[in-house]
Design a binder for this molecule. Structure first.
Ligand code: MN
Length: 128
């Protein structure tokens, strides 16, 4: 059994090769198959680049509100208590709302995500 205590995990700044704006990530624990749980804080308008997870990803909103959208799909506002399932290899982004930060838990299926281009301001606004 492994426990990641809330007061022990350091947040690290998301790097510009994967994120736009100010994003802070805290990794926690990982299962033998690579499934892992992270906590992510997005400033308003901050977001991931387009990316996909080979094992899919659950997003669970904790605080604030943010945006999540699959490429070519409708936009969804993610708020506290909402759960989103992003299927395997589904290109998508997630981030803060235009005027609100968002804190979410991410449960990531095994396998390294593939990262693509930054989400442009037009793509960030599309579908909302
Ligand atoms: Mn994702």
């Amino acid at each position: 059994m492994e426990i990641a205590r809330a007061n022990e995990g350091a947040f690290r700044r998301g790097d510009a090769a994967r994120f736009t704006g100010e994003v802070w990530l805290r990794a926690t624990v990982a299962a033998p198959d690579g499934t892992n749980v992270g906590v992510v804080l997005f400033a308003p308008r901050a977001r991931t680049h387009w990316h996909r997870h080979p094992g899919g990803q659950f997003l669970y909103g904790l605080a604030g509100r943010g945006r999540v959208r699959s490429r070519g799909g409708a936009g969804h506002v993610l708020g506290p208590g909402d759960v989103v399932w992003v299927g395997p290899d589904e290109w998508h982004f997630h981030g803060g709302n235009p005027d609100e930060p968002m804190l979410h838990v991410a449960v990531n299926g095994g396998g390294a995500p593939e990262w693509g281009d930054p989400v442009t301001d037009e793509e960030y606004a599309e579908g909302f």
